[in-house]
Write a protein that binds this ligand. Structure first.
Ligand SMILES: [Zn+2]
Length: 289
């Protein structure tokens, strides 16, 4: 029998699997990065309510794409829903990314056609000329000859290879990211503290609050929440491929510092009773993704 550190129930060994403290979808791997005390029921429930809070954010998808971090379904496409121009053409669409994380195509959605100084959005489809004319008439404009329309229609012809040179996240998206990332980060810190500090940690006042928070939090429902503990989070600009968790002791407090890809830094207070534990500050868990 084994006790689950989330529902606190004692269950058969077969109801547990090897859970990576650093989420597998973020590249969690190795033997040091293992917590054996999460039951499969909690694991899947936390996955959809808590882990997804971080994983479904565009910034996470982009970083996974950038570093080619494969989850169960391969590398995610961070460009879904992001409309861009196909090279220097008037065709607008989305980039396609394969499961290896390579851009392998472009899904054309429409193209902008200029007519008498007005912009008309038309789809790149069969029957293009008729379609354009139907749109022109519907918009109170005169129809055009098929020849004119086809001459002004951009053809894909030789495939161009679209690529992304630079992605900058808007400030409000970055602020929001911290709110959605925190629950998954505090979950990692909680599992890490249990592995490092032992069973005693489960009774710690802050551990109890964190556990209660994680058992309830659902990112689809809780746009706002109270943090169960003291935390400071910020964006740093030292981008790298690492994700790390480190235990730090400050007087009577135990903190876990988590750094995601040299990008987001979180200091999370995990206990106010450091004297209860034998803690060494060289506890460091780090993976290169
Ligand atoms: Zn459980």
């Amino acid at each position: 029998m084994r006790q689950c550190i989330f529902c606190m129930q004692w269950k058969e060994e077969k109801e547990f699997n090897r859970e990576h403290i650093i989420l597998e979808a973020l590249g969690g791997k190795g033997d040091k990065d293992i917590c054996l005390n999460v039951c499969t029921t909690c694991n899947s429930s936390l996955g959809t309510r808590v882990d997804a809070s971080l994983l479904n954010q565009d910034i996470t998808k982009y970083m996974r794409y950038k570093f080619k971090i494969k989850g169960k379904n391969g590398v995610p496409n961070p460009f879904r829903g992001v409309e861009i121009k196909y090279a220097d053409t008037p065709i607008i669409g989305e980039l396609k990314v394969n499961k290896e994380g390579k851009i392998d195509g472009f899904r054309a959605k429409y193209q902008e056609l200029e007519y008498n100084g007005k912009k008309l959005i038309v789809g790149p489809r069969k029957g293009f000329a008729q379609y354009v004319n139907s749109r022109l008439i519907a918009n109170g404009m005169d129809s055009l000859t098929e020849k004119y329309i086809l001459e002004n229609k951009f053809e894909f012809g030789k495939p161009k290879n679209p690529h992304i040179e630079y992605v900058e996240f808007p400030e409000e998206i970055k602020e929001q990211y911290l709110i959605y990332a925190f629950p998954a980060m505090v979950k990692m810190a909680y599992e890490y503290c249990f592995v490092m500090l032992g069973e005693k940690y489960l009774k710690d006042c802050i551990a109890v609050d964190i556990r209660n928070f994680l058992m309830k939090y659902d990112y689809k429902k809780d746009a706002e929440y109270y943090s169960p503990t003291r935390v400071s989070m910020e964006w740093i600009n030292e981008e790298n491929r690492e994700i790390s968790l480190k235990i730090q002791v400050d007087n009577n407090s135990i903190w876990v510092r988590i750094v995601l890809w040299g990008m987001v830094l979180a200091d999370i207070c995990m206990s106010e009773e450091a004297f209860e534990y034998k803690v060494t500050e060289d506890n460091f868990l780090c993976i290169e993704t």
